[in-house]
Write a protein that binds this ligand. Structure first.
Ligand SMILES: [Zn+2]
Length: 193
């Protein structure tokens, strides 16, 4: 069995052995809010936002972008499970700023194996074959960090299935300090009315 698989199962055994009152948690998030954030391994929303089990919804994808699927989760979050405030939290040094749609599609053309990056850019080392399918995906990369937070808040705010009563806050998490920095433009765009 793989080392990671062993480690995960051992950690789960320890976690479940001290599960306690968490067995009685209700399904809807107790603090009635949701966070959309990046999958980056350095971000732990439970720690940076002070969450315990049962508190809030956390929706994660590459970049923390307001993709169709992120919006699907947010709509379920309020419509069926009662959240009332939402956060969009991107972060400094995000990997989504390191490539474009053309770059990843070109790498996937060559092979499906893991590429590497250096000062000259991305390089593919795989044997191939690759695939054309990368050209048909909108990868939701960005080059303006605050701009991407504002754009995602604006997209969610204007979505026809999102009620105007939900405030949407826009923040950037700093991977060097652990601090959240407000994106004023995003919060202004996300204001409830
Ligand atoms: Zn990221």
């Amino acid at each position: 069995m793989s080392t990671v698989l062993n480690e995960v199962l051992a950690a789960n055994t320890a976690y479940a052995s001290d599960f306690g009152d968490k067995a009685k948690l209700p399904l809807p998030p107790g603090r009635r809010f949701a966070i959309l954030t990046c999958m980056d391994a350095r971000l732990d929303p439970a720690k940076y936002a002070g969450l315990a089990e049962g508190d809030a919804h956390v929706i994660r994808n590459a970049g923390g972008r307001a993709s169709d699927d992120a919006i699907r989760s947010l709509v379920i979050s309020y419509k069926l499970l009662g959240t009332r405030e939402w956060f969009v939290i991107h972060h400094t040094d995000c990997g989504m700023q390191l490539f474009t749609d053309d770059v990843i599609a070109g790498l996937l053309d060559k092979s499906l194996e893991t590429a590497s990056i250096d000062a000259q850019g991305w390089h593919d080392h795989g044997q191939g074959p690759g695939s054309v399918h990368g050209h048909f995906v909108k990868w939701l990369t960005f080059d303006d960090l605050a701009g991407s937070v504002a754009a995602d808040v604006a997209r969610i705010r204007s979505h026809p299935l999102v009620p105007h009563s939900i405030p949407i806050y826009g923040y950037i998490y700093d991977v060097r300090s652990g601090r959240l920095q407000e994106v004023d433009e995003a919060t202004r765009l996300g204001r409830a009315d």
